[in-house]
Design a protein. Sequence first.
Length: 89
Amino acid sequence: MARLVFTQQLRRFTEAPEIDTPAPTLRAGLEDAFARNARLRGYILDEQGHLRKNVAVFIDGRRIRDHVSLDDPLAPGSLVHVLQALSGG
């Protein structure tokens, strides 16, 4: 199973559990997390269901490039980090 980890920045706003999921894609894995906490969806996805600009996702240490389809494959044992990208100075 893949493991989704939500960083401390997101946990400030809502419960963001670490979850293990058998999901084959990133989107399906995120849907598993949203099923556990519906409020989390609004912090991760915009109104069109795309990854928000201020959210970064890494699968096994590599940043995803497609913020629209989120169809990146998850392998058994994949580690997914979901975090808010920081900006400003």
